[in-house]
Design a protein around this ligand. Structure first.
Ligand code: OGA
Ligand code: MN
Length: 288
């Protein structure tokens, strides 16, 4: 096999990885290179992968503990490791824009970090694209690490000690109802606002659509102002990389330091189908 090579996708983060077969070629040294590259690049795209669910789950396990998908877990108590992103049902039929599942996913068009509403949030998400729209349907990414680096030093010092409440019901009810069992399974959690990558020491702030308020701040408007300002700073267009999915792309990203959102697409017109797994974080962010 050819040597592993990285081509930058954006000047702040992200790389296309060539010379790796994620299905047949996952030797321990390759897995180690992928881990290290994720600490450096935050997002890796592996094009032209002949992926399937078994290989996808094997890749997930190589990178850590698979995370139980929260909608199924919260609503039914069952552990499944895959989520399906897009508008194609398990039986292959297309679910149009008005379908509850498709509408529910529009919540992913708000900037977020996966499972930031869990006590132990997602470390990596791994998406594989099987069917992509002919138009639209990209996923936008932005780095809270480079955004942290751009903050004035005084702001960095002021926000470093803060803790933030993340709340799934708060964020998701803005676009769609959340069933009772699911809502009850996801009480609000507290995270550090500022996180540090244990391998390279790079810091970032950690916000997103699920970030509801700053712990201990009684003025909701002040909380909102800070969180919204941090979101805006990270996601100005020049800092955003929009991934134009091609069928066969496997993308792995680091949710500790990246925000992402769906760019949207015409779900009545196009089919879009991605499979996703997530790797659990190392522990609660307060213990990092
Ligand atoms: C995700 C996600 C948004 C999209 O895959 O976790 O939020 O529609 N995707 O691309
Ligand atoms: Mn997501």
């Amino acid at each position: 096999m050819s040597r592993i090579a990285f081509e930058p996708l954006h000047d702040e983060f992200g790389a296309r990885v060539l010379g790796v077969d994620l299905v047949l070629g996952l030797r321990p040294d390759i897995v180690q290179s992928i881990r290290e590259a994720l600490d450096t690049w935050s997002l890796l795209c592996f094009p032209d992968q002949a992926m399937n669910d078994d290989a996808h789950l094997a890749l997930t396990r190589h990178l850590g503990e698979p995370e139980a998908e929260h909608v199924t877990l919260g609503s039914t108590g069952k552990v499944v490791y895959f989520g399906t992103v897009g508008n194609v049902a398990d039986d292959g039929s297309k679910q149009d824009a008005v379908h509850p599942r498709t509408r529910y996913q529009t919540g992913n068009e708000l900037w977020h970090s996966d499972s930031s509403f869990r006590a132990v949030p997602t470390l990596y998400s791994i998406n594989h694209a099987y069917e992509v729209p002919g138009e639209g349907g990209g996923t936008c990414f932005a780095s809270m690490r480079t955004a942290w680096d751009r903050l004035p030093e005084k702001t960095q010092d002021d926000i470093e000690p803060l803790r933030v409440i993340h709340d799934y019901v708060f964020s998701r009810t803005q676009v769609a109802p959340v069933n009772l069992a699911h809502a009850a399974s996801l009480p609000p959690v507290v995270h550090r606002l500022v996180r540090r990558n244990p391998a390279n020491g790079r810091k970032n702030y950690y916000v997103g659509s699920h970030a509801r308020s700053v712990l201990g701040w009684t003025c909701g408007a002040k909380s909102r102002e800070l969180i919204d300002d941090l979101m805006d700073r990270a996601t100005r267009s020049e800092h955003v990389y929009t991934h134009p999915w091609k069928a066969g792309d496997t993308v792995i990203w680091d949710n500790r330091c990246l925000l992402h959102r769906g760019a949207g697409y015409d779900a009545d017109r196009w089919r879009r189908r991605m499979r996703q797994t997530r790797v659990c974080g190392a522990g609660p962010t307060l213990e990092e």
